[in-house]
Design a binder for this molecule. Structure first.
Ligand SMILES: NC(=O)c1ccc[n+]([C@@H]2O[C@H](COP(=O)([O-])OP(=O)(O)OC[C@H]3O[C@@H](n4cnc5c(N)ncnc54)[C@H](O)[C@@H]3O)[C@@H](O)[C@H]2O)c1
Ligand SMILES: O=C(O)C(=O)C[C@]1(C(=O)O)C=C[C@@H](O)C=C1
Length: 304
């Protein structure tokens, strides 16, 4: 395939940026890739493992001359990064991000960018509990959705070019409005993460069950919770603080349903429990039938 962008800059060099780099290079999708991360230690690791063609010592230097700039930092750092790169951006460049929240990122980034560049927010629905420059792998995006959330008035050809890149790394793409994106993700990702964090916290607090019992006898469901609850604390703090309303709405509904189920257990209402679990089993079957069950391949999730 011919190159989709000549020069790309990756700002923030963790799981997502490193996975993008390896996917871009595996398939020759872009020309030179520059990279920048805030910490000198991360930049040194990137140099050591050959992540990016050139590691720069400032974000402004990394974006100079870039046709595509991908912001791969935690959601709460987007504002500072946008301010820093704005004066150095090339006219006509496309800036995108991979943040897990979209409305807050648009509000944080868009006002700082010059009118001469295009901002096309996006979000890969792909990840692992690992973070940092060593955790990436080229196959991360294969078969996964990459949502694109164009801001009003963006040139269609600019959005299509980015869409082509995300498809070329193996993703399926879809376009969505920012507020709707944040509500959907609150249901499918943000609230579930908070529930997993809570369940693991509960197990940790329960003094009548020892830590070694939790470790030794952890059943499959709880093990899945512990994987999710091992996700990066900075990333998830920023997700909840920046998708507050939608997450709180879903957690409110969750609490109501939890109370109803609690009541059914206390009153021994077996029919209610059976009907509820039959309905939820249908949702799982729908996901599997739609080919959205990504449990099977490990794709290096076990890497550190
Ligand atoms: N991990 C996932 O499952 C996942 C999935 C989809 C989207 N995302 C989103 O992608 C983004 C990156 O996540 P990740 O998992 O790659 O995180 P990560 O922790 O692996 O990497 C983040 C990188 O950003 C750097 N960084 C932090 N603040 C910075 C700043 N001010 N300036 C420059 N660099 C800075 C860190 O040093 C690190 O290199 C986040 O916005 C996250 O919401 C994550
Ligand atoms: O597989 C995982 O570890 C993830 O949590 C990935 C996951 C999710 O599916 O919720 C997490 C955050 C994102 O913004 C997108 C994907």
């Amino acid at each position: 395939m011919s190159q989709i962008y000549d020069r790309v800059a990756l700002i923030g060099l963790g799981l997502i940026a490193s996975s993008l780099y390896w996917a871009f290079k595996r398939d020759g999708l872009v020309g030179e890739v520059t990279g920048y991360a805030r910490s000198g230690e991360t930049r040194d690791i990137a140099r050591e493992i050959g992540l990016c063609d050139r590691i720069c010592d400032s974000a402004a230097e990394a974006v100079e001359g870039a046709d595509l700039v991908v912001l791969c930092v935690p959601v709460g750092a987007m504002d500072a990064v946008a301010r820093e790169i704005a004066p150095a951006l090339k006219a006509g460049a496309t800036v995108t991000d991979v943040g897990s929240v979209k409305r807050a990122v648009i509000d944080a980034v868009h006002p700082h960018l010059p009118d001469t560049v295009h901002f096309v927010p996006s979000h890969p629905l792909a990840g692992t509990e690992h973070s940092g420059p060593r955790s990436g792998f080229a196959e991360l995006f294969e078969g996964r959705w990459f949502l694109i959330v164009p801001v009003e008035g963006t040139d269609v050809a600019v959005v299509d070019q980015l869409d082509t890149l995300w498809q070329a790394i193996g993703s399926k793409t879809a376009r969505m409005d920012a507020d709707h994106h944040d509500l959907v993700l609150a249901v499918t990702s943000h609230a579930p993460h908070l529930i997993a964090y809570t369940m693991v916290g509960v197990a940790d607090d329960l003094s009548r069950v020892t830590d070694s019992e939790v470790i030794n006898y952890s059943a499959a469901g709880f093990r899945d919770f512990t994987r999710i609850a091992a996700s990066d604390p900075t990333m998830w703090r920023d997700v909840f603080l920046n998708n507050k309303d939608a997450t709180l709405e879903i957690l409110g509904r969750f609490t109501e349903e939890l109370f109803a189920l609690q009541r059914a257990i206390r009153t021994e209402d077996g029919d209610m429990l059976h009907d509820y679990f039959t309905r939820t089993r249908g949702i799982r079957r729908g996901i599997v039938e739609a080919g959205q069950d990504t449990d099977a391949p490990d794709f290096g999730r076990t890497k550190t």
